[in-house]
Design a binder for this molecule. Structure first.
Ligand SMILES: *[C@@H]1O[C@H](CO)[C@@H](O)[C@H](O)[C@H]1NC(C)=O
Ligand SMILES: *[C@@H]1O[C@H](CO)[C@@H](O)[C@H](O)[C@H]1NC(C)=O
Ligand SMILES: *[C@@H]1O[C@H](CO)[C@@H](O)[C@H](O)[C@H]1NC(C)=O
Length: 370
């Protein structure tokens, strides 16, 4: 499709939907906790052996397999501490254990799962989340929040109207109860993307994204190596080893709209998009950086790339929610141009050195210039 045609389509879209820069969208049909998604409905006493749940259907609304425990947050026997920041209870998946649930969805639509998960004993714990035919295994070795609030997102395309969602611990440890702690699980229908007038970047304000827990959020980690089509953050590619964090304006300072991205792991967390361009034409890439008002401080630098052009935007953060706009012109070399952003430096919170954080990115726009 030529640029002129795509711009024209984008324009038609905006007319059809009567939209301006922030179009009124329909709300997703599904956007909330799964039934007993926070594990606060607990098994009957008779179906518990200490913390272990006995019986495939004993955890309300879930089906379990293998050694699954229902744990309460706080200090544990053996000197462990389990943080359960949302509510009291969480499910702990032991060696090769799984929990699953059937969810009614609409075939053909894309859904994103948001889930709080932390490792409990082994260093190298993973969690595998799947629906039939689609699966992703996430390493949960790195703790991004020091309060146990790490939350991830993963998306799938529904191939039927009823899907079985499964969380599985693929690991085997000496202690069979060792394994990831799942604290809360929510689902959201991801609405189709549309271009905003004049901007050839899709979802440039990060307004379309995963479900955000209302009560408590440390941001949602968008893992690496996800596709840009079936994604909790459609349009974007996390092309690095480490995730980027999706932050919402209910819990963080975001430069505009409802959401933005926090680039939390320096050059190890990069976010990119491949846009349609016309070879030989000039474009302006503009974006907003800032800090999330979360105590992330220091000299920050966001590096932006568009094809072979690069641009560095520096700013001083004292963690109080400042913003700065970057803008540069580039010439497209081909009909596809990759735009990429990463943070030049690593940062941690002022009073919490274990908590990785970084600059916030929002409002990414590319327009053609004459
Ligand atoms: C708990 O016990 C009640 C009464 O025996 C039973 O009706 C219910 O199905 C049980 N719940 C679960 C989750 O096993
Ligand atoms: C949020 O808190 C309310 C009241 O404490 C509770 O009923 C609800 O289940 C919580 N939601 C989540 C996602 O934990
Ligand atoms: C883009 O460029 C490639 C190679 O330069 C060419 O094969 C392809 O047809 C072009 N696509 C469009 C949509 O112009």
């Amino acid at each position: 499709m030529s640029l002129a045609l795509s711009l024209c389509l984008a324009f038609l879209f905006s007319i059809c939907h009567g939209s301006h820069s922030l179009p009124a969208r329909r709300s997703p049909h599904l956007d909330g906790l799964l039934p007993n998604g926070n594990f606060e409905q607990v098994p009957n006493k008779s179906n518990m052996r200490k913390r272990q749940i006995i019986g495939k259907y004993s955890l309300p609304h879930w089906e379990i397999s293998g050694h699954v425990e229902l744990v309460s947050g706080g200090p544990q026997p053996g000197g462990f501490y389990f943080a359960v920041p949302r509510g009291v209870h969480a499910a702990r998946l032991g060696n090769l254990a799984s929990i699953s649930q059937y969810v009614r969805v609409k075939r053909g639509l894309i859904y994103s799962l948001t889930f709080g998960v932390t490792r409990t004993c082994a260093q190298d714990e993973n969690i595998r989340v799947s629906v039939p035919g689609q699966t992703n295994e996430l390493p949960i070795q790195t703790l991004f929040s020091t309060n146990g609030g790490d939350t991830y997102a993963w998306a799938f395309k529904a191939t039927s109207d009823l899907v079985k969602i499964t969380f599985h611990n693929p690991g085997v440890q000496e202690d069979p109860s060792c394994g990831p702690l799942v604290d809360a699980v929510a689902i959201k229908e991801i609405l189709p993307l549309r271009y905003n007038r004049g901007n050839i970047v899709k979802n440039g304000g990060f307004e379309v994204g995963p479900h955000v827990f209302k009560n408590f959020s440390t941001g949602i980690l968008i893992p690496a190596k996800i596709q840009d089509l079936i994604s909790p953050l459609p349009g974007w590619i996390v092309e690095s080893l480490k995730p980027v964090k999706y932050i919402d304006n209910g819990h963080f300072n975001v430069p505009s709209g409802h959401a933005a991205i926090e680039i939390i792991a320096g050059r190890e967390s990069a976010i990119a998009q491949i846009i349609r361009t016309v070879a030989g034409k000039y474009y302006i890439l503009s974006f907003v950086v800032g800090d999330a008002h979360n105590g992330c401080h220091g000299s920050m630098m966001v590096e932006a790339f568009a094809g072979r052009s690069t641009f560095k935007l520096r700013f001083e953060s004292n963690g109080k929610g400042a913003v700065k706009v970057g803008r540069f012109r580039f010439r497209a070399d081909s009909n596809r141009t990759r735009i990429t952003f990463y943070s030049g430096f690593y940062h941690t919170k002022l009073h919490d050195f274990g908590h990785l954080c970084g600059p916030v990115l929002d409002n990414v726009r590319v327009v053609m210039t004459r």
